[in-house]
Design a protein around this ligand. Structure first.
Ligand SMILES: C[S@@+](CC[C@H](N)C(=O)[O-])C[C@H]1O[C@@H](n2cnc3c(N)ncnc32)[C@H](O)[C@@H]1O
Length: 317
């Protein structure tokens, strides 16, 4: 199995969001932030959003933040370091000091990343009726909640990131309010978590699409794990050119990709159907809204953690 690249950079705090978005754009499945006082006494924590490690993280009072991301093959340490340095030079025009940020990139054996990360993930109640549970743990007692068993492998989507968690809440609300079991399209399915949640909550069928063939495989295996595979299909074929209408379309992918796919995403939403967009940084929300309203979708509700925005849209019947 090919190794991943671990890349670390210390940037001014003002550059944090831009650099994190750049990492996600390059295909990172997680970005760790670190600064003095963030993990007191705990030693290093691998992967994801610090808020996942219990409670609100302490505030960063320093001028810099250290960001670490993991990039999948075919990334190479040299290639990623050069690309990031070029980006940081461009960013210097907006954030003073970004262009001088020190970058380090190394090969990371995939297994190390995975096991360290797995050890830190606990079952997570989401919305009113779901609990997402790592497949290697006994599901906890959770009366009234449906257990979603998941092993995301190297794919994105555990429910702990705001973008996924907030999508899951909308999925629950839309599926439970539907008069007939809805059909679902999950663009950027990752681990398959959103599609599988929809199926467990009563959706009729779900199709997951992802550019990453490994994610497609993980999504299929997760569907089997949850015994919804008969109603789930997954493909790495692109969305563009695909025909079909769905009652619920999910797109937790970054703003740039949503804008790029605005035509096929919007065209997939059936009359009276719903769309959930996520992975959109606050600064990109207006642009996404403009693109989607121009394609006949009306915003119904938006939720944010201050950084990311997740939006429910409806196409009039
Ligand atoms: C942020 S993850 C979302 C995973 C999961 N749906 C969730 O909500 O946690 C975005 C996923 O979109 C995939 N992706 C990126 N660009 C894509 C594209 N143009 N078409 C389909 N999938 C794409 C990535 O490989 C990644 O698995």
């Amino acid at each position: 199995m090919d190794d991943w690249v671990e890349i670390e950079v210390r940037v001014p705090v003002a550059a944090q969001e831009a650099v994190m978005a750049w990492f996600m754009d390059r295909g990172a499945t997680g970005v760790k932030e670190d600064y003095p006082g963030l993990y007191p006494g705990d030693g290093p924590v691998v992967s994801g959003d610090p808020s996942e490690w219990g409670g609100e993280p302490p505030q960063n009072l320093g001028p810099d933040v250290i960001l670490t991301a993991w990039l999948p093959p075919p990334a190479t340490p040299q290639g990623e370091a050069e690309a990031l340095m070029m980006y940081l030079h461009e960013l210097e025009a907006v954030v003073l000091g970004a262009g001088r940020a020190p970058v380090e990139a190394v090969w990371l054996p995939q297994q190390d990343w995975n096991s360290a990360w797995k050890a830190s993930w606990e079952p997570l109640p989401v919305g009113r009726h779901l609990i997402v549970c790592p497949s290697w743990q006994e599901p906890p007692e959770a009366p009234g909640r449906t257990v979603l068993r998941l092993d995301p492998g190297m794919a994105f989507g555990t429910g702990t990131h705001f973008t996924t968690g907030s999508c899951l809440e909308f999925v629950e609300e839309v599926v439970e309010a539907a008069k007939v079991p809805p059909t679902v399209l999950d663009v950027g399915t990752g681990s398959g978590i959103l599609a599988i949640a929809a199926l467990l909550l009563g959706a009729k069928s779900a199709m997951g699409i992802d550019v990453d063939a490994d994610a497609v495989q993980e999504a299929r295996e997760n569907a089997e794990r949850n015994e919804v595979d008969a109603r789930f299909s997954a493909t790495a074929q692109p969305l563009s050119g695909r025909e079909g209408l769905f009652d619920l379309v999910l797109a937790n992918i970054i703003a740039q990709t949503i804008l790029h796919l605005a035509d096929p995403i919007a065209a997939s939403v059936a009359p009276g159907g719903a769309l959930v967009t996520s992975g959109v940084l606050k600064c990109h929300q207006d642009e996404v809204a403009k693109a989607l309203t121009a394609r006949g979708l009306n915003p119904v509700e938006a939720r944010t953690d201050g950084t990311w925005v997740t939006t429910l849209w409806r196409r009039p019947a």
